[in-house]
Structure formats: C-alpha cells, structure tokens
Design a protein around this ligand. Structure first.
Ligand code: MOS
Length: 724
C-alpha cells in the first residue's frame, strides 16, 4: 500500500492538522540522545568484526607525477597486508550524485594531500606507521594554485543581466562599489570520515559516515563494479557532515576494494589532518558588489560579480549568487560568477553552499549603502523587499522577511542604537551593533518512507540519516502525531539502504522531504483504520492509542486484530517548482565589543529570527540555528583555510591552527521563529531551516564591528590585524 504525492500546488496543504496528540510542533527530546552521550550509539568506525584489518590513507606531499620509492620495504614491514593503489579510490564524488564525478589517478597528484594509496595492516598502529614510512615523491607539478594567476574560460562564466546597471549606477543618488573576499573554509565535522567494509560473498556491507545513502550506494557500487542491489550502506549515526559527506570519499572506496582483495573486513578512518585536505572545501570567493539607490534608499541597481575556484573537471561551483537572484528588488541587475581552475583540494558543498558566503558579502554591502545613504539598516532592507521574485516575476510561496526584520529588531532592542559608529565605549572596548538579513533557497526532494503499525506501536523506516539534526526526533513526532500514539511507543529506524530511499540529509531539505514521506505513509494507515472503524477519514481522530469516530472509540491495537499494517509514503517535487519561488528568510542582530588595544572582537550578543515554514520541533530547530550562528561567528572572526602560495597545500590542517569558535567565543544565542506556513510544500508545510541560520550571520558581526569602531572589514575573517 502506498500514498504517492507530487507537489503541484497549494491545494495539497491540509491545514496544520496538529490533531489531538500535541506532539508535532512541540518541544521533544532526541530519542537517541541518551545512546549518543553514553557512547552506546555505534558510529561507522566503532564495530570491530572478527578478522578486521586497518587501513591508513597516504597523501601526496606535492603536485604532479607520483612515485613511490620504497614500496618493497614498506610492503615488508611488520603487519602490512597490502598497499592498495587504485584510481577508483580517489574518485571525488563531491556532488553526492553519481554522474558528475571526474576520476583522477593515483599516479597524478592534482592537489597536495590527494590520497594516492591505502596501506592495510593487522593493526591501526602498524598501518599508520607503514603509511608514514612510505616515501612519496612528486615531480613536474608547476600547476596553478592561486586565483590571481588564473583566468576563467567562457565555459566557466555564468551571467544574468536585466536592465542597464552601468547607467543606473551613474545616475544614482547613493552608491557603493566594493570588493569583498572570503577564504576557503572546511566542514570540520566532529566525526572524521570513516568506513568499515565487509563482503558477504558478492555483496558489500559498508558502514560509513555519510549524508545521503541512496546516492552513496550507487556511487560505491559504480566504483567497485557491482550492482547497487549488492551494496548495503549503513549509517545509523553520523557525527556531522555539513556537506563533506554528501558523496562518498576516498576511505569508503579504499576500504571496499581492500576488503574484497583481502577477504577480510577493512576499516579506514581519515586522520583529522586528512579530513582537512582530502574532502571538499568551500571555495574562497572574491565578490565585487555594486549597489545604487535613489535618495530614499530604493535600490535601482544590483551588481554582484563573484570569482570562485575548483579543480579542473569538477562540476561544482560555489553558488555565491543563489540568493542575490531573489533577495531584493531592483530593475537593473548584473549577476556574474566565474570559476577559475586551481590545483587546490576540490571545492564542494559546505553548509549553505552559496548563501553562506554570498549573503554575507551582500549584507555587508547593504550595510555600507545604509551608511552612505544615512538610512537605518533595517529600514533599508524593509524598503527593498520584493513583492514577487525580481527576476522571474513568479510569486513567493511564502515570504516573511518583513516580520523577521521587525520582530527581530524588537527582540534585540535595535531602536536604542546610536545611528553613527564609534559612539559607545566601555574601558578599552568599543561597543557596536549590526544586523543582516538571511536568505536561503528552499527545495523539496523525492523521498520514500515506510511506517508499520502494530500492537507494539509505530515503527518508521527509511534510509534517512540523522547527522546531528534531529531526524530521529521529528520523524517519530510526525508518525506519533498522525497515528495517535505516544512517542514512547514510536520507533524510528534510519540509516540503512535496505529501507525505503529517503531524500537523505543535505541542502536543508531532509526534514521537509522525508517528513512528508512519513506523513504520506501515515495517511495510508489512517485510511485503513478509518475503513475498519467504518467512517470517513475526515471524521477519524487518533489519540492515545485509540481511534475515535462519532461516539465510538476503539483501541487501535484491537482494530489491527493481531496483524501489523504497513503504509508506504512517496513524495516527489512537482510543478510547484515552476509556479512559485520558494525561499526562507531571517534576520540576524549582533552586538560586539572591539578592543581598542588589540583589535580583538568579542561577540556579546547574537540573535536570529527565522521564517522557515512550519517548525516541527522547536528544540531541534533551535539547536540547528545555534549551530549556524556559531558558524557565522567563526566565519566572521577566525575561520580560514590557508593555502600555501607555492603549491596550494592546506597549511592549517587541524583544530589547533584552524580556529573554530569555542564556548568562550559564543555568547548565549537568541533564536526566534516567525509563524510561517508554506502551502506549496504539501501537507507538512515545513521548509528547510538549518542552513538559513548561517546565511548572513557573519555579516551582522562584521557590521557590528564597523558600528563599534568605524573599521569596515571587507576581507574575512576579521582577525585583529584587519581590525586595528
Ligand atoms: Mo549540505 S552543505 O547540502 O550538507
């Protein structure tokens, strides 16, 4: 039995249907939280099957042709079982799709740090020792590694133009023309990339740390040359992904190939320093932004030209302009993105690809325009909210930016702010406030789920992952709500490709997409129960394990009569995509203190108000926003991957040198949600949330720095040397 739905229009929304249970939309703990904090939840690298061997990846220390000069010696070292060198192990599936992955060879280092071999040994220590003893030479690698040394070809340039920006700019009353830069950044998930491969005859079982299992399954099958049906990928717990686990990485392929060759289970975990260079980074960006307006701050022109990079042959290009297309109205527009080809580690999706850096630069530029025009930054944004999508003319499915800005200002106390910079001081510290809007595209992806209703309760099954986001919690809440069961009798099974294929976790679409599939599966079960009650579905109430209809009440378990019933839900994006523009919006407000002596910036307050459709669980939703805002603080003040100018290698490959914000850097974060229902997203009416909270958060901090001390930082991060 199955309920399928293609989302074609708003008529598929069914009101909130919060129902009798009051579970969905309410605060709820993570059901797996206890397992995680006690160490009982098995992550990819934790099981130790009998006979397991250990693999350690070997990196290219330079660019160009690779030569191993002491292979025989290392092969003879204690415990060494094999040294795997196979081009397939370094296939870079940055996109999480199987079509677009260029295959590079182990004999050619396209970037420093590229994996070029896997040393497998009896113990982890032996594998690492041998891997580090392997002498790797590279030669002939005079390759371009710096953006200023490269020129984009026509194939690598995208441009959208409307009206005449140059003319609008020349005749405008207020204008700014500035260039901003953001450095390479890294996902830095807490759990390093890890895989444990076991073959059962011709069938591969891969435990791995991945975000989107249905794609990973196809990719790994393709790499090792077997059918996807012969692969089972297991990822019940994932310690963060942030885009770096959208596609399979070297450790998974290498583990699978080595396990087949040796006839033993093989585990490969990336060393923390490998995590920093073997997986995709966020491209550095250079962004020229031109804004011009009339005397009231009404925008007449928007120019946004971005330069990003990637390896030759890679399809991914940081979508810097993604939000600029729809954020603000202006008749004259020029949006241009160019990709240069550099031999730095491959660029790919890192949390909120595009907007995280694009909105950040744009919202700093908006602050500069507000200063130039003498208009309050919130008022400037309110004045330029588009009624419809400025480029396509399509209506927005829902748009609550104005509410986010006004509610956010009120919560933060924005009106108390002195207009001019350098007005507030406490001892050696300048104090200032700043704000930025938040924008993020929204999409719904195909997803399937199965829900089994039995006398024991409700069981939800899908290959969805929980990468720290709260999938276990919200999918259980949806099923409990719709089927009238307490959460304590609702079980959620995730992270197994033997279960129905979900959307996976990526692009903030997981909750809405897979949640809708669970909802639809429950619809099927509700239809069955209505039939057994002899009533219309519309008259059926399910609550506390009972079905109610008219004046009749029966235990659901009794209606099942000893036989479990299974419902299958399947959602697909439909024509809605072409009829409306879907996006999420928000507003960030920051207060900072800037040391007049050292240039150090301390964030004292950071608040975010977001509109992202129906909030399924305010607790897990808030937690996502805490994460995004913390990314914003890091992006504003400390985070940067430093590439060596000579060979592009990542210099700061660990948490000692790559500075993530820690507790002492993050104040209490204030998160609020604006009531929003998106009728164009099917019955659940939820949008993606997690990534929205990083988009523009850094700009609020940077704008606050300017307000505090009058220094405008345009090259991120705002380290003390750039602030003084
Ligand atoms: Mo996300 S950067 O699509 O995990």
């Amino acid at each position: 039995m199955s309920v399928e739905m293609k989302i074609d229009g708003p008529e598929q929304a069914q009101g909130d249907q919060t129902g009798a249970q009051a579970v969905l939309g309410h605060e709820s703990d993570r059901p797996e939280g206890g397992l995680k904090v006690t160490g009982a939840a098995p992550y990819a690298a934790e099981p130790c099957p009998p006979g397991m061997a250990h693999g350690f990846l070997v990196r290219a220390p330079g660019l160009g042709k690779v030569r191993l000069t002491n292979l025989e010696v290392v092969q003879g070292m204690a415990g060494v079982l094999t040294i795997l060198r196979d081009d397939r192990m370094i296939r870079n599936a940055a996109q999480g799709t199987s079509e677009s992955a260029p295959v590079q060879g182990v004999d050619q280092a396209d970037y420093v740090g590229q994996p070029i071999a896997l040393v497998v040994a009896e113990s982890f220590e032996q594998a690492r020792h041998a891997a580090l003893a392997l002498r790797v030479e590279t030669a002939g690698g005079a390759l371009v590694v710096n953006p200023q040394d490269a020129v984009a070809t026509d194939d690598d340039i995208d441009e959208t133009a409307q009206g005449d920006l140059e003319r609008a700019f020349a005749s405008s009353v207020h204008r700014i023309d500035q260039t901003y830069s953001t450095p390479s950044l890294i996902s830095a998930a807490m759990e390093p990339h890890a895989a444990l491969a076991e073959w059962d005859g011709d069938r591969l079982v891969l435990r791995a740390s991945l975000q989107m299992l249905k794609y990973s399954r196809t990719e790994i099958a393709d790499c090792v040359g077997i059918a996807p049906e012969d692969v089972r990928v297991l990822a019940p717990y994932v310690g963060g992904g942030f885009g770096s686990k959208l596609g399979i990485c070297a450790e998974a392929v290498a583990a699978a190939l080595a396990a087949r060759q040796l006839g033993r289970p093989v585990r490969v975990v990336q060393h923390r320093r490998q995590v920093f260079e073997m997986n995709t980074r966020r491209s550095e960006t250079s962004q020229r932004i031109r804004l011009c307006s009339d005397e009231n701050g009404q925008l007449t022109g928007i120019g946004h030209q971005a330069l990003v990079s990637n390896l030759p042959g890679e399809d991914f290009a940081e979508p810097v302009l993604q939000a600029t297309h729809f954020a603000y109205a202006a008749p004259n527009r020029l949006l241009r993105r160019a990709v240069v080809r550099l031999h730095r580690p491959a660029a790919g999706s890192v949390r909120a690809p595009g907007e995280a850096v694009g909105v950040t630069a744009f919202e700093i530029a908006m602050d500069e325009l507000a200063c130039a025009a003498g208009i309050d930054p919130v008022a400037l944004r309110l004045r330029n909210i588009p009624r419809d999508d400025p480029e396509s003319g399509l209506p927005f499915s829902s748009h609550r930016l104005a509410e986010c800005l006004t509610d956010g200002s009120r919560r933060f106390g924005w009106s108390k702010r002195p207009t001019a910079p350098r007005q507030q001081r406490e001892g050696d510290w300048w104090i200032g406030t700043g704000m930025a809007a938040a924008f993020r595209v929204n999409s719904l992806m195909e997803a399937e789920a199965r829900v089994v209703l039995s006398a024991q309760g409700v069981r939800v099954e899908t290959d969805m992952t929980d990468i720290g986001t709260g999938s276990y919690a919200i999918l259980g809440q949806i099923a409990a709500e719709r089927l009238g069961h307490p959460l304590s009798r609702t079980e959620v099974i995730l992270g197994d490709t033997d279960l129905p294929p979900s959307s996976g976790s990526g692009g903030s679409f997981g909750a809405a997409s897979t949640g809708t599939a669970v909802w639809l599966a429950c619809e099927e079960l509700r239809r069955v129960l209505a039939g057994r009650m002899g009533c219309d579905m519309a008259d059926l109430t399910l609550k506390d394990g009972y079905a109610l209809c008219d004046n009749r009440r029966r235990a659901i378990a009794e209606l099942l009569d000893g036989t479990p019933v299974t419902g299958h839900g399947h959602v697909r994006p439909g024509a809605a995509r072409d009829k409306v523009r879907q996006a999420t919006t928000g507003a960030h407000f920051a207060e900072v203190a800037v040391s007049d002596v050292t240039g150090e910036v301390r964030v004292r307050r950071l608040a975010g108000t977001y509109a992202a459709g129906r909030i399924l669980n305010p607790r897990t939703a808030r937690s996502q926003c805490h994460g995004g805002m913390t990314w914003g603080i890091g992006m504003a003040l400390t985070e940067a991957l430093i590439h060596d100018r000579r060979d592009g290698h990542v210099v700061n490959r660990d948490f000692e040198a790559f500075h993530l914000p820690v507790n002492a850097d993050v104040p209490a974060l204030d998160v609020a949600f604006v009531e929003d229902r998106d009728d164009w997203l099917g019955p659940l009416r939820a949008k993606g949330l997690g990534e929205l909270s990083i988009c523009g958060a850094a700009a609020a901090v940077i704008n606050a720095v300017h307000h505090a001390c009058g220094v405008r930082v345009r090259d991120l991060p705002a380290t003390p040397d750039r602030v003084l």
